[in-house]
Design a protein around this ligand. Structure first.
Ligand SMILES: [Zn+2]
Length: 216
């Protein structure tokens, strides 16, 4: 099964979730998961400013708690914030298996993000499930409360098995109109060198291909 570009079968499991935006629009949607952390997030923000690109950050609530300055910096620089649960929980783990337990952890993250991810009159707050895991009951509960965002392309920057040029190659191969592209502002993506190599080159490639960068 393709990991980088999820197959239709998987997308149909969560039909109300966003996997890809308008396929007729020559635009992509950069997203960053698992931050904010002081070791990586400021570097990403400087790069995005340098390239004049806005992105959406799906944050772990406990990181927001630990690193409020980095959290504020993301918001102040005009990026969008989404909920990635408080403890980066797995929907299939025994501890969070009930919808109530899962939602409770997610609401803790909502609480600490406050107005940064409150949504609007017409749009619900953003949410992305860690690992893409949601049981059916969890999904049905979450979708009433949140706009659930999956991805059209996961770069696999976090993977120790991938060398930096392979991460870049994933973007060059799979990016298309309306792609929601996932990177990680995490230590995993940083210590293997994948993010530092692939992100600037991916942005430059996408710009050369004429894509605009949009916020979810
Ligand atoms: Zn994650």
């Amino acid at each position: 099964m393709l990991i980088e570009q999820p197959p239709m079968l998987l997308r149909k499991l969560y039909p109300g979730a966003l996997w890809r935006m308008n396929p007729d629009e020559h635009a992509v949607y950069l997203t960053f998961d698992d931050g904010p952390i002081p070791e990586v997030t400021p570097w990403v923000l400087d790069l995005l400013d340098d390239r004049d690109v806005k992105a959406t950050f799906f944050m772990v609530g406990d990181n927001v708690r630990k690193y409020p300055a980095e959290f504020r910096r993301v918001v102040e620089r005009g990026h969008r914030v989404g909920n990635h649960t408080f403890n980066h929980i797995r929907g299939f783990s025994r501890r969070y298996f009930t919808s109530a337990a899962y939602l409770d952890n997610t609401e803790r993250a909502q609480h600490i993000m406050g107005a940064a991810n409150r949504g609007s009159e017409t749009e619900k707050p953003l949410f992305r499930p860690p690992h893409g895991h949601m049981g059916w009951a969890q999904y049905m509960t979450l979708k009433k409360r949140f706009r659930i965002v999956m991805w059209d392309l996961v770069t696999r920057d976090y993977s120790k098995k991938l060398r930096p040029p392979q991460v870049l190659a994933n973007v060059m191969r799979y990016a298309r109109n309306g792609s929601i592209i996932t990177f990680h502002d995490s230590l995993k993506s940083w210590t293997n060198g994948n993010l530092q190599y692939a992100l600037p080159r991916a942005i430059d490639f996408l710009k050369e291909e004429g894509y605009t960068f949009k916020l979810l």
